[in-house]
Design a protein around this ligand. Structure first.
Ligand code: HEM
Ligand SMILES: *[C@@H]1O[C@H](CO)[C@@H](O)[C@H](O)[C@H]1NC(C)=O
Ligand SMILES: *[C@@H]1O[C@H](CO)[C@@H](O)[C@H](O)[C@H]1NC(C)=O
Ligand SMILES: *[C@@H]1O[C@H](CO)[C@@H](O)[C@H](O)[C@H]1NC(C)=O
Ligand SMILES: *[C@@H]1O[C@H](CO)[C@@H](O)[C@H](O)[C@H]1NC(C)=O
Ligand SMILES: *[C@@H]1O[C@H](CO)[C@@H](O)[C@H](O)[C@H]1NC(C)=O
Ligand SMILES: *[C@@H]1O[C@H](CO)[C@@H](O)[C@H](O)[C@H]1NC(C)=O
Length: 354
């Protein structure tokens, strides 16, 4: 075990040295180790317009409804935490996927997020051909959601392939921490993914935008009120959710619900975090100082968020000859009648060229 771990860290060091020497002065790239098979310039030759296509389209989408940014950011998080960032969350049949009606609200992703991703795929593939994976499009969409909501811009390592298996409900539940989790649970669960306390606090800052359903936090109101919750905030939430299962939503960050900033941490310091998993980061001694440091210094939060997102974005990725590039983000190619037909036609064309 120990020697395997040291071999891994040796490989990481070697690959980071290679990467930095390859790029020469690479200060624009954050100092995160790249997983083998991913690169900062993966589509530079076969789809140079990729990032501008995605950004331009998302600008249009967010102009109509900035709330979609939150849906896309969360989608990438769910993708990465369950089975790795392989687009598995996008497949029909995934427990929090596009066709899933049974998922509890704490799992369900916005239906529109899946449509936005496949629309992006269609735009990108029509320009470049089927060379860009859905998993990479999801990672870029998350980055642009952060940036176009007011957050930091950053480079995304690319080269992910799409997985062949959707995530079952059990696997999904086992890999996504519940909003009722305390900090001990979060630290333990995320440590399994090689994410440390600073990553946990920084990534939770994703809750600076977006919405939550009553069922994700009413255990803090009924039958007894969580003493770590501000009184006025609790009373306001009781109006939104008069019963524990009221079907309503409220914002995750009461100070600036649509802006990606550090106000989420200011909320926590003021005991106005929505979920137990949020507020306990300030209650727990191990993470409190990190919360405070982000609450007083947005630049520090942005730097750390970028670092942690790039780390999260490389969890168990498929690269090289593993996986595939889906022709439709919600179905694998072997189940995609349109794709199979087009492959047959392509084969016939290439045969007739001989
Ligand atoms: C650390 C553990 C985490 C827990 C326990 C958690 C839990 C939740 C829950 C329960 C919701 C609301 C679901 C609902 O009631 O509809 C939610 C929403 C959201 N989460 Fe998290 N989350 C976590 C980490 C993250 C991470 C790492 C990100 C991204 C970096 C993220 C981004 C979001 C966003 C943007 C929303 C709003 C989605 C929308 O408005 O559609 N979360 N999260
Ligand atoms: C899923 O989890 C439940 C409860 O933990 C268990 O009873 C069930 O057998 C599991 N299903 C599968 C397919 O693993
Ligand atoms: C979602 O809520 C259900 C009950 O409402 C709970 O059993 C489950 O653990 C929660 N899962 C997550 C990932 O929040
Ligand atoms: C955190 O939650 C776990 C699981 O529910 C529980 O066993 C543990 O006692 C809790 N820890 C603290 C410090 O509250
Ligand atoms: C909750 O309300 C929304 C919109 O009003 C509706 O589409 C959805 O089906 C409702 N969900 C449940 C579980 O009642
Ligand atoms: C805030 O954090 C940034 C980035 O780490 C640092 O350069 C800066 O000095 C910090 N500002 C203050 C006022 O501490
Ligand atoms: C992708 O597949 C889904 C599910 O089979 C289907 O509903 C949708 O129309 C397909 N999208 C495109 C662009 O063909």
């Amino acid at each position: 075990m120990a020697s395997f771990a040291s071999l891994c860290s040796l490989l990481l060091i070697v690959s980071s040295v290679l990467v930095s020497s390859y790029f020469g002065v690479s200060e624009a790239k954050p100092s995160v180790h790249l997983v083998k098979g991913l690169s900062w310039s993966f589509y530079d030759s076969n789809c140079p317009k990729l990032e501008s296509i995605v950004r331009k389209q998302l600008k249009k989408v967010f102009k109509k409804d900035i709330g979609q940014a939150a849906g896309l950011l969360r989608l990438h998080f769910h993708d990465c935490f369950v089975q790795g960032c392989d687009g598995s969350v996008l497949l029909d049949g995934s427990a929090s996927g596009p066709s899933e009606q049974e998922a509890p609200p704490n799992l369900s992703l916005r239906a529109t997020a899946f449509e936005i991703i496949d629309d992006l795929r269609e735009l990108v593939h029509s320009k470049c051909g089927r060379v860009v994976s859905c998993a990479d499009i999801a990672a870029l969409a998350a980055r642009d959601s952060v940036f176009l909501s007011g957050g930091p811009d950053y480079e995304v390592p690319l080269g992910r392939k799409d997985g062949l298996n959707f995530a079952t409900r059990n696997e999904t539940l086992a890999n996504l921490p519940a909003p009722t989790s305390n900090t001990t649970t979060l630290l333990t669960e995320l440590a399994k993914k090689n994410l440390d306390a600073t990553d946990v606090v920084a990534l939770s800052g994703g809750h600076t935008i977006g919405l939550g359903h009553c069922t994700s936090f009413t255990e803090r109101l009924y039958p007894t009120q969580d003493p770590s919750m501000d009184e006025t905030f609790a009373n306001d939430l009781k109006e939104v959710c008069p019963a524990s299962d009221t079907n309503a939503t409220t914002v995750l960050d009461i100070r600036s619900p649509d802006t990606f900033d550090n106000k989420y941490y200011v909320d926590l310091v003021n005991r106005q975090g929505l979920f137990t998993s949020d507020q306990d980061l300030y209650t727990d001694k191990r993470t409190r100082d990190i919360v405070t440091s982000f609450a007083v210094n947005q630049t520090l939060f942005f730097e750390q968020f970028v670092h942690s997102m790039i780390k999260m974005g490389q969890l168990s990725v498929l690269t090289g000859s593993k996986g595939e590039i889906r022709a439709n983000c919600s179905v694998r190619n072997s189940d995609n009648a349109d794709y199979l037909k087009s492959v047959v036609e392509e084969d016939e064309e290439s045969l007739s060229e001989f």
